[in-house]
Design a binder for this molecule. Structure first.
Ligand code: FAD
Ligand code: 2HG
Ligand code: ZN
Length: 493
């Protein structure tokens, strides 16, 4: 059951038919065409995974999934779809959280999964050029022997693709250290909505030759073209990493703690991640990382994960230990305890608690996700106000809303407010929206910090962008995609 509150109907678009399949057969090998239409005639269940999103909240009705192997094949498909006016949904790992990667109706799904080769890596400059369909984790594995890392990391790394990351401008767990993809992506290869291939992959690191067109595709969520290749600046792998989970008696301590941690760890600080007590409990309940001891979590209202990445283990350990001592010995300690990883396994376990929250929530129930930018000082207030609001509506009960939790990237001012319910229902939806968006707007925040607009937030864009900005977004969309075939109904209504 789709709960999309949007009435978008791509009425001017055509459905894929058997003649189209015959044409695609001339472009692609048979194994690259999955379709319920003749002559392929697969059962719908064979393509259900492409029609349903990661949360199982948004459901498309596509009949056909194409899995090209080359940029030329993508171009030939898009050219045909442009002439025939068939809507196309580019799809990467399908881990997006705003319904952007699945069709609204029966648009064709163009899945990048077969374009999964590293094209080149230069260990001197650190420039990696890869097909868009490369899975993020496989790029990390490729770079490890070259002592480099992808400047991006997120919990979905085992499934998401670099092209999907670029198209959502994914933030994730390393943004604090390495900045956004707007900085680290050096060039893109894109198939434009008329099938033209725009290649900027050979861009050097410094390139001020006029308008920087690639920036438009970073975060465009597939509405302006299909990213087929990515050139990205990999970072030198840190020689030493460590992490610690800090238990805080009250949320109000997070802000002064962040200031203190930044001051003391300075150049070796690589992550500062926040999760409230309930998020922690859900994560360990569903087997994500080893639970802390009762003593360690006693009296803790929330937790902060601090990661260090530096050049010399002894130096970094000394800094981390000095930080912990000073925090614990202060007159009014900001933390109750700090558990430092003593082994690679413990390091991974501490990260698993934080990275596993999203998955544990999906095991606990259906998630309403609000990925918002607000002032750090307001994180708790917004979570509490949302919970109180649901309570006042009588919705805080086991068969409706089970939990309201907050976690996220404190260093970037990005809160993940998650409302975990027994089911997606119109009643809960109406209680949450526009309530949450108005709250965000009252703090001059963003209704989408890092996940994008997709289908979920097209109607909420105006809470964060004024009419002049939206108008120019529309003009850009019209310029690139006058026939409206590229990911219709996403980002802009
Ligand atoms: P998809 O879900 O397939 O697509 C996402 C959007 O990009 C869609 O609009 C799609 O049409 C478009 N798209 C995909 N590939 C292309 C392409 N090649 N060309 C053009 N358009 C394309 N996000 C964060 O920012 N930070 C996080 O920390 C984070 N953690 C996550 C953890 C989990 C467990 C999950 C499930 C998701 C998380 N996300 C996070 C959401 C995030 O948006 C995605 O994980 C990721 O960036 C999407 O990549 P994907 O390949 O799965 O793209
Ligand atoms: C994270 O930071 C992701 O873990 C997912 O961005 C957030 O599930 C969410 O709301
Ligand atoms: Zn996040």
């Amino acid at each position: 059951r789709s709960l999309a509150t949007h009435s978008f109907t791509p009425s001017t678009l055509n459905s894929v038919n058997a003649d189209d399949i015959a044409h695609f057969s001339k472009i692609l090998s048979p194994s690259s065409i999955l379709s319920t239409l003749p002559p392929v005639s697969l059962p719908p269940s064979d393509i259900a995974g492409f029609n349903n999103d990661w949360m199982n909240k948004y459901h498309g009705k596509s009949t056909t999934v194409l899995r090209p192997r080359t940029t030329q094949e993508v171009s030939d498909i898009v050219k045909w779809c442009s002439e025939r006016r068939i809507g196309i949904v580019p799809q990467g790992g399908n881990t997006g959280l705003v319904g952007g990667g699945v069709p609204v109706q029966d648009e064709l799904i163009l899945s990048l999964g077969n374009m999964n080769k590293v094209r080149s890596f230069d260990p001197v400059s650190g420039i990696l050029v890869a097909d868009a369909g490369c899975i993020l984790e496989s790029l990390s594995e490729y770079l490890a022997p070259h002592s480099h890392i992808v400047p991006l990391d997120l919990g979905a790394k085992g499934s998401c693709q670099i092209g999907g990351n670029v198209s959502t401008n994914a933030g994730g767990l390393r943004l604090l250290r390495y900045g956004s993809l707007h900085g680290s992506v050096l060039g893109l290869e894109v198939v434009l909505p008329d099938g033209t291939i725009m290649n900027q992959l050979s861009s050097p690191r410094k390139d001020n030759t006029g308008y920087d067109l690639k920036q438009l595709f970073i975060g465009a969520e597939g509405t302006l073209g299909i990213v087929t290749g990515v050139s990205i600046l990999a970072a030198p792998a840190p020689q030493a990493t460590n992490n610690v989970v800090l238990a805080l008696p009250r949320f109000e301590n997070v802000l002064p703690l962040f200031v203190e941690v930044k001051k003391q760890l300075s150049e070796i600080l690589s992550a500062f991640e926040f999760f409230d007590r309930r998020s922690y409990e859900l994560s360990v309940r569903h087997g994500q990382g080893r639970a802390l001891s009762g003593e360690e979590i006693e009296g803790a209202e929330c937790f902060v994960l601090v990661e260090t990445s530096g050049g010399k283990r002894e130096h970094d350990e000394e800094k981390l230990n000095t930080l912990l001592e000073s925090l614990l010995e202060a007159d009014q300690p900001l933390i109750n305890t700090g558990v430092v990883a003593q082994s690679p396994a413990q390091f991974a376990s501490i990260w698993a608690i934080r990275e596993g929250i999203t998955e544990s929530i999906s095991k606990e129930g259906k998630a309403y996700k609000y990925d918002i930018s607000i002032p750090l000082a307001k994180f708790k207030e917004v979570v509490d106000m949302t919970r109180d609001h649901l309570q006042s509506k009588g919705l805080l009960r086991d068969d409706a809303v089970r939990h309201v939790v907050g976690y996220g990237h404190v260093g970037d001012g990005n809160l993940h407010l998650n409302v975990v319910a027994a089911d997606y229902t119109p009643e809960i939806q109406a209680a949450l929206e526009p309530f949450v968006y108005e709250l965000v707007a009252s703090h001059k925040g963003s209704v989408s910090a890092e996940h994008g607009i997709g289908l979920m937030k097209t109607h909420a864009l105006h809470y964060s962008k004024d009419s002049v900005n939206i108008e120019w977004m529309r003009k850009i969309k019209q310029l690139f995609d006058p026939r409206g075939i590229m990911n219709p109904g996403k980002v802009l209504e």
